[in-house]
Design a binder for this molecule. Structure first.
Ligand code: SAH
Length: 459
C-alpha cells in the first residue's frame, strides 16, 4: 500500500492554499467543506476563493515567498508553476507539515482521493496518484449504489450507539446486532425514505432479539432491454432481493445484476402461452414476501405501462405486504430514442398515444376514428400479430395510406432492427424481413426522421 487512507480533521485549522486559479478554486471548495480556516497566497485569487476565505486578512496577493509553514495544519500547492510547487513542498516537508501538490504525487506527503460525501459517511477512492480519472469513474459507480440518504442512515446509526451499548453488554452481541439490523434491507429503505417510525420498529425488534425478517416486493421497471437503461433505484433494490421473478422481456444482462445467491424464477409470458398465469404470479409474490423474502418482480419497460403492475400491487395491498414500485424506461421511449425517431417534434407531432395492439381471436376493438390526427404519433405495443389489422383499420378510418410506420424490433438491444414503410407497404415489408418479438410499431410523420437521425448501430 503506497498510501494509508486517513481522515484529516481540519475544522477551524489554518490551511494554506498556494494558488488562486481554477484548480486552486476546486481545492478551496473541498477544504472549505471540511471546515478549514483557509489562508491563500497567490498573485491573483478567484472570486469564489474570496467567498470561501473566512477572514479577508488571510488572503495575500503576492507570489510565493519561502515562508515558514509550521503553523499550518496542512498546505496545498495548486499553481501552474512547477518550481513554486516544488518549493512549497520542500518548505512543508522541512517543517513536517502535510503537503499536497496538485497533480504531482512525488511532491506530496498526502494525496486527496475522489470523495463521495454522504456526511458523516465519507467514501474515498484513490489510485495513489496513478489515475485520477479511474478513481473518479469508480466513485461514480459507488455513488449510484449509495444514494444521498446514506448520510442520514449513518447519522441514525450513530445516534443509537449509546442505547445499544447500554442494552448489549458484549462486543460480540453488539456486532451481531448491528449486522442483523443492517442485513434488514427494509430497515435501510425506511431510513432512506425518512420513514423513521418504521425504522425504529425494526430497530426495536432486532434489539429485543425477536429477529425481524419482514418480506417485501419490489415491482421494478427494468427498461426495454439495454441493462444500462435501468434506474439507480432499480439496481439497488434488485441487489437487495433474495428472490427474483422475471419474464420473457428481461435479458440476461439485467439478471446478472441480481445477487448471485438470489433465486431466479422465470414466470414467462410468451404471447398466448402464459408460463405462469397472472393469478399465480400474484399469489407467489404474496407468499414469498410473507415468508420473509425480499422479492424483486422485474418487468420489462415500465410496470405501469401495459405491465399489469396495477393488478400485482392490488394483491399485495390486500395482503398487507410492503412494496415499492420503480418506474422504468418504457419500450416506446427506448425504441424511439435508439431508432432516432423522436416521439414528438415541433414540425411533426405535438402529442403521442400509447395503444395496445393485442389481438383477441384475431380481432382488435379500438376506437379507430380517434387515431386520425396527423400531428399525433401513435405507438402500438404488442402490435406485430395484428399489424395487418392495424394498417387496414387506420386506412379504412381515414388515414393516408402513405402514413409512415416503423417496426422497431428488439429495441435498445444489440440486435435491434428498424423496418420502415407506410401503412400500405408495411405488411409486405414485414413478410420479407420477418421481425421477431418484441416489436413496437411507431406511426406518424416522425418516422421519416429515422433516416437522418439514426445513430445507434447494433452490433
Ligand atoms: N411494460 C412494458 C410493456 C409490456 S407489453 C413497457 O413499458 O415497455 C409488451 C410489449 O412491449 C411487447 O409486445 C412490445 O410491443 C413492447 N416491447 C417491450 N420491450 C420491447 C423492445 N425491447 N423492443 C420493442 N418492443 C418492446
Amino acid at each position: 500500500m503506497d498510501y494509508l487512507p486517513v481522515g484529516l480533521k481540519l475544522s477551524n485549522q489554518p490551511v494554506l492554499l498556494v494558488g488562486g486559479g481554477i484548480v486552486a478554486t476546486r481545492k478551496a471548495r473541498l477544504l472549505a467543506r471540511a471546515g478549514a480556516d483557509l489562508h491563500v497566497l497567490a498573485p491573483q485569487v478567484s472570486d469564489e476563493i474570496r467567498g470561501l476565505v473566512l477572514d479577508p486578512n488571510h488572503i495575500q496577493l503576492s507570489p510565493w515567498d519561502d515562508r515558514p509553514l509550521g503553523e499550518y495544519a496542512a498546505v496545498v500547492a495548486a499553481t501552474p508553476d512547477q518550481e513554486v510547487n516544488a518549493a512549497v513542498s520542500r518548505g512543508a516537508k522541512a517543517s513536517m507539515t502535510p503537503v499536497n501538490v496538485v497533480d504531482d504525487p512525488s511532491l506530496c506527503t498526502f494525496i486527496i482521493p475522489a470523495i463521495i460525501d454522504r456526511n458523516p459517511l465519507i467514501i474515498s477512492v484513490s489510485s495513489s496518484g496513478c489515475s485520477p480519472v479511474l478513481a473518479r469513474r469508480i466513485r461514480s459507480d459507488i455513488e449510484t449504489r449509495y444514494p444521498e440518504g446514506y448520510g442520514e442512515l449513518a447519522r441514525y446509526l450513530g445516534s443509537r450507539r449509546d442505547e445499544v451499548s447500554a442494552s448489549l453488554g458484549s462486543e460480540n452481541e453488539r456486532r451481531y446486532f448491528w449486522e442483523t439490523l443492517l442485513g434488514e434491507s427494509e430497515f435501510i429503505n425506511h431510513v432512506l425514505h425518512s420513514n423513521i417510525a418504521a425504522a425504529n420498529d425494526v430497530f426495536q425488534a432486532c434489539l429485543s432479539g425477536d429477529g425481524y425478517s419482514r418480506g417485501a416486493v419490489y415491482l421494478i421497471g427494468a427498461g426495454p432491454g439495454d441493462p444500462e437503461l435501468m434506474t439507480f433505484k432499480a439496481l439497488r433494490l434488485l441487489q437487495q432481493a433474495d428472490v427474483v421473478l422475471y419474464d420473457r422481456l428481461i435479458g440476461d444482462g439485467i439478471l446478472e445484476m441480481a445477487r448471485r445467491d438470489a433465486d431466479k424464477i422465470y414466470v414467462g409470458k410468451e404471447r398466448s402461452q402464459h408460463s405462469m398465469p397472472q393469478s399465480e404470479i400474484n399469489e407467489n409474490l404474496a407468499a414469498l414476501a410473507k415468508s420473509g423474502k425480499r422479492v424483486a418482480r422485474l418487468k420489462g419497460g415500465d410496470p405501469f405501462i401495459f405491465g399489469r403492475g396495477g393488478e400485482e400491487i392490488e394483491g399485495l395491498l390486500a395482503a398487507g405486504i410492503d412494496f415499492e414500485v420503480v418506474p422504468g424506461v418504457t419500450a416506446a421511449s427506448g425504441a424511439a430514442c435508439y431508432a432516432g425517431i423522436p416521439l414528438t417534434h415541433r414540425d411533426h407531432a405535438q402529442s403521442v398515444r400509447f395503444i395496445t395492439g393485442h389481438t383477441k381471436n384475431h380481432r382488435l376493438d379500438l376506437p379507430w376514428n380517434q387515431f386520425l390526427n396527423e400531428h399525433e404519433t401513435l405507438v402500438f405495443y404488442m402490435g406485430l400479430a395484428g399489424l395487418g389489422i392495424i394498417a387496414k383499420e387506420l386506412v379504412s378510418a381515414g388515414r393516408d395510406p402513405n402514413t409512415p410506420i416503423a417496426i422497431v424490433e428488439k429495441a435498445t438491444r444489440g440486435d435491434q432492427r428498424v423496418i420502415a414503410g407506410t401503412l400500405s407497404t408495411i405488411v409486405k415489408r414485414a413478410e420479407e424481413d420477418s421481425p421477431a418479438a418484441p416489436t413496437l410499431l411507431i406511426i406518424g410523420s416522425v418516422v421519416t426522421l429515422h433516416s437522418s437521425l439514426r445513430w445507434f448501430e447494433p452490433a
